[in-house]
Design a protein around this ligand. Structure first.
Ligand SMILES: O=P(O)(O)OC[C@@H](O)[C@@H](O)c1c[nH]c2ccccc12
Length: 385
């Protein structure tokens, strides 16, 4: 059943592990011995077969981003959901973007939680996006877009300058957990107010169905004269979305570890590097943190205090994960962003003491009459640019 879903999937074909599963399920084009040779040979990339999947492998292997286990998994033709589950990922993919949600539910049962539901809808949305605007066209558009701004550098500089965590201020109209946060919502006005009051970077929600965001908002903010680097806040499952974000002016993109198997994270990181974008890799628990810390090239990790599966918010999550992993994070020069549920200077101080250098804040700013002025309230002082 699942294999036919996978085989007919257009949207997942451009995600790496999904491409692997869809293309090779059931029968490996290379045998295990070949995998062993590849894994044990410094020049392994060169011995790979030519072809789109293999060229991805080649690039990742050259960057020292592949390990033997991943090659074996890829070669064995496991399904996307099997690979994901083996990494502790609970969110399943339906891989059937032309089906209705009713048909999908017949296969898999109802979505287990809100995040899974969002991802199932996203698979359909991305397939429709592909049909409207082919990837090749978007790649060209992304190449022509004005160069990206240094998201990571802006956070680092702001932290040094202000002595409090750098602010990524979120342009957020609504969320599934809180409903509409601001009725009279003007994304450009909010973005300008954030910038004027010392935000280092901005986060623009682009998901329409659950967050009432849009790519139009992202474009509008980008062309309004705002200079802060912009994070495209999306549920990324396919590289098409990354090129789309860049073509609309995003400088950074969110990658959610609860949704993406390691190989997808690696592949998407590689695309971000090519596009000059920063990837903010979001984790929520121990297992995700451990997975992400094993991936080369990760520079920015966000710890979400909110579970996207249950909506429970707990700022001690940041503290707990940094107590355990702070040393290796510092060793690797990774910058950590504390995300969600921050309302007061005490909240900010708490996550700063835990070890974050930046915070991502939406609700507590956007709900106030003047979201710009709310920044000084959140930090207990004015931020300088
Ligand atoms: O509004 P808050 O609680 O300040 O949270 C902002 C941000 O962390 C949150 O919007 C967020 C974090 N990770 C996400 C992933 C998808 C959608 C939204 C999010």
């Amino acid at each position: 059943m699942e294999s036919s879903l996978l085989a007919s999937s257009q949207s997942v074909r451009s995600s790496f592990s999904a491409a692997a599963a869809a293309g090779t399920r059931g029968r490996s084009p290379h045998g295990p011995s070949r995998v062993a040779t590849l894994a044990g040979n410094g020049n392994r990339a060169r011995t790979l077969r030519a072809g789109p999947k293999d060229s991805i492998l080649e690039v990742l292997a050259q960057d020292d981003m592949l390990n033997a286990t991943e090659l074996v998994q890829w070669e064995s033709g496991k399904s996307v959901n099997d690979i994901a589950a083996s990494q502790g990922i609970r969110i399943r993919r339906h891989c059937h973007p032309t089906a209705s949600l009713e048909e999908i539910e017949k296969e898999l049962g109802p979505p287990r939680n809100i995040l899974e539901k969002i991802i199932w809808d996203k698979e359909i949305e991305v397939a429709q996006g592909h049909a409207k605007r082919p990837l090749e066209e978007l790649i060209q558009a992304a190449e022509k877009a004005p160069p990206s701004r240094d998201f990571y550098g802006a956070l680092e500089a702001a932290y040094k300058r202000n002595g409090v965590p750098a602010l990524i201020a979120e342009v957020k109209k609504a969320s599934p957990s809180r409903g509409v946060l601001r009725e009279n919502f003007n994304p450009v006005e909010i973005a300008q107010a954030y910038e004027k009051n010392g935000a280092a970077c901005l986060s623009i929600l682009t998901d329409e169905k659950y967050f009432q965001g849009s790519f139009e908002n992202l474009e509008k903010v980008r062309t309004s004269g705002v200079k802060c680097p912009l994070l495209c806040k999306e549920f990324v499952i396919d590289k098409w979305q990354i090129y789309n974000a860049r073509s609309k002016g995003a400088d950074a993109i969110l990658l959610i570890a609860a949704v993406l198997p390691d190989l997808d994270i690696k592949y998407f990181l590689r695309i971000c590097k090519d596009l000059g974008m920063t990837a903010l890799i979001e984790v929520h628990d121990e297992r995700e943190m451990e997975r992400v810390l094993k991936i080369n090239g990760v520079k920015l990790i966000g710890i979400n205090n909110r579970s996207l599966e249950t909506f429970v918010v707990d700022t001690s999550n940041t503290k707990m994960l940094l107590e355990k992993h702070g040393d290796s994070i510092r060793e690797k020069g990774i910058l950590v962003v504390g995300e969600s549920g921050l309302f007061t200077p005490d909240d900010v101080a708490y996550v700063q003491n835990a070890g974050v250098s930046a915070v991502l804040v939406g609700e507590s700013l956007v709900k106030q009459e003047d979201p710009g002025r709310a920044i000084a309230g959140l930090f207990g002082k004015e931020l300088i640019h």
